[in-house]
Design a binder for this molecule. Structure first.
Ligand code: AR6
Length: 176
């Protein structure tokens, strides 16, 4: 499994699955969620509404999969990050669960390439460095599976991009 870090708008990436930093309603919002629904079109919202009708809200740390609508991907995997709100170990575990549950769904759906935004580091105010460490550590725990071949961390803001690059550089490799 290769891991890459890029700075981009996630809606412009061509991968099997694009990950959305959603909220529990699954009905859209601002930030990356707004961008994905805007560019992906109404098919994504319709699929989210169908999931809502079946299972109700999506809990923090959980993930659901839908069509990617007009995006250049097969799927969008929506996961709900924790709001930092003073933080704590429970919040850190929930953020890790977002990456875990998203990867589990990707594997179940034979996703070969997947692009993650920096979940919870925008409106939900998770400290970027802690979030990046959790993201990288959790993704690395999937290094022995053989379905997902490429994980791309798509950083939107320069602070996250520089942070991810520093964390990978410190380890002296960005490929596992
Ligand atoms: N492509 C990639 N990353 C982006 C994009 C984009 N187009 N736009 C923003 N980001 P946020 P959260 C980055 O706020 O903190 C929504 O309203 C952004 O720089 O989108 O998990 C949901 O509905 C930041 O690093 O998500 C929820 O209510 C990262 O994406 C709430 O926001 C996450 O920022 C979720 O908050």
């Amino acid at each position: 499994m290769k891991i890459r870090v890029i700075q981009s708008d996630i809606t412009a990436i061509k991968v099997d699955a694009i990950v959305n930093a959603a909220n529990s309603s699954l009905l859209g919002g601002s930030g990356v969620d707004g961008a994905i629904h805007r560019k992906g079109g109404s098919e994504i919202l319709k699929a989210c509404q169908e999931i809502r009708n079946k299972q109700g809200k999506c809990n923090v740390g959980e993930a659901v999969i839908t069509t990617a609508g007009n995006l250049d991907a097969r799927y969008v995997i929506h996961t709900v990050g924790p709001v930092w709100n003073h933080g704590g170990i429970e919040k850190e575990k929930l953020l890790s669960e977002c990456y875990n549950n998203t990867m589990d769904l990707a594997i179940e759906n034979n996703v070969k390439s997947i692009a993650f935004p920096n979940i919870s580091t925008g409106i939900y105010k998770f400290p970027k460095e802690i979030a990046a460490q959790i993201a990288i550590q959790t993704i690395k725990s999937f290094k022995n599976q053989e379905i997902v071949k490429e994980v791309i961390f798509v950083c939107f803001d320069t602070e996250n991009f520089e942070l991810y690059n520093r964390l990978f550089k410190n380890e002296n490799n960005n490929v596992i």
